[in-house]
Design a protein around this ligand. Structure first.
Ligand code: PRP
Ligand code: ZN
Ligand code: MG
Length: 226
């Protein structure tokens, strides 16, 4: 990282549920971009700001390691990566700047609809498919339930039918994915929305000045949307 750089680097999700809203929000704050679909890095056309478009799972680590200055990311991914990095003794600090008013979803436990589910104790000794093993185990531990995990980075919802797991712990937004796969939501273990986060280290004055200018604009945009 070039700590003297006067260009502010912001990481956003390249493609997924937060991508469009993240870009829209930055543009509403007066930061313009000419995006080339294939490119990872985009320079703002009107401000000394660079946009890094990556997988959302990579955003918390990039911010915590100080590789980028700011990141827009879902709390679900943020908290999962934080727990994972704490467990593996990697740097897990960051500054929360603002909660953003998009990307609302929840991480829930769901079981096949033919299952006679009475409560979380029923998951004792079972296998649960998820992309969020740390958030899941954190929750199970608090509930005194011992269950194993099947870690899948996608298609979690098909795991029970495929015989890979007894239940799933996955993101739910509209509920359509669970419904389409014969699964019923039983426990909400984490609620989430997008967050704007900053790397923990102090920024040089040029970058700090840009953030000081960006935040009031962001507050104005969010206020106007309410
Ligand atoms: C999440 C989740 C489900 C879907 C749920 O996936 O894994 O597939 O959204 O949304 P719904 O309740 O509105 O149907 P996401 O879009 O984050 O993509 P991914 O599975 O590729 O990570
Ligand atoms: Zn992802
Ligand atoms: Mg999915």
């Amino acid at each position: 990282v070039d700590t003297n750089s006067k260009r502010l680097t912001i990481a956003i999700q390249k493609s997924g549920r937060l991508s469009k809203e993240s870009l829209k929000l930055l543009e509403a704050c007066g930061v313009k971009f000419n995006l080339h679909e294939a490119r990872l890095l985009a320079h703002s056309s009107n401000q000394p700001i660079d946009l890094l478009r990556v997988r959302d799972d990579d955003i918390p680590g990039l911010v915590m390691d100080g590789v980028v200055d700011l990141g827009l990311v879902g709390e679900n991914v943020l908290e999962e990566v934080r727990l994972e990095r704490e467990a593996t003794s990697l740097k897990a600090e960051f500054k929360k700047l603002r909660a953003l008013e998009f990307g609302q979803c929840r991480l829930s436990l769901a079981v096949p609809k033919e299952e006679n589910y009475q409560g979380v104790q029923d998951l004792q000794g079972k296998r649960i498919a998820t992309t969020y093993p740390y958030l899941l185990q954190d929750y199970l531990k608090k509930q005194n339930v011992a269950a194993s995990t099947a870690i899948l980075t996608g298609s979690v919802e098909v795991a029970p039918r495929a015989g890979l797991a007894d239940a799933v712990c996955d993101l739910v937004s509209t509920g359509a994915t669970l419904e389409a796969n014969g699964l019923v939501e039983k426990e909400v273990i984490f609620t989430s929305q997008a967050q704007l986060i900053q790397r923990p280290q102090q920024l040089n004055s040029a970058k700090q000045a840009m953030i000081d200018q960006l935040l009031p604009r962001l507050d104005g945009v969010q206020m106007a949307r309410e």
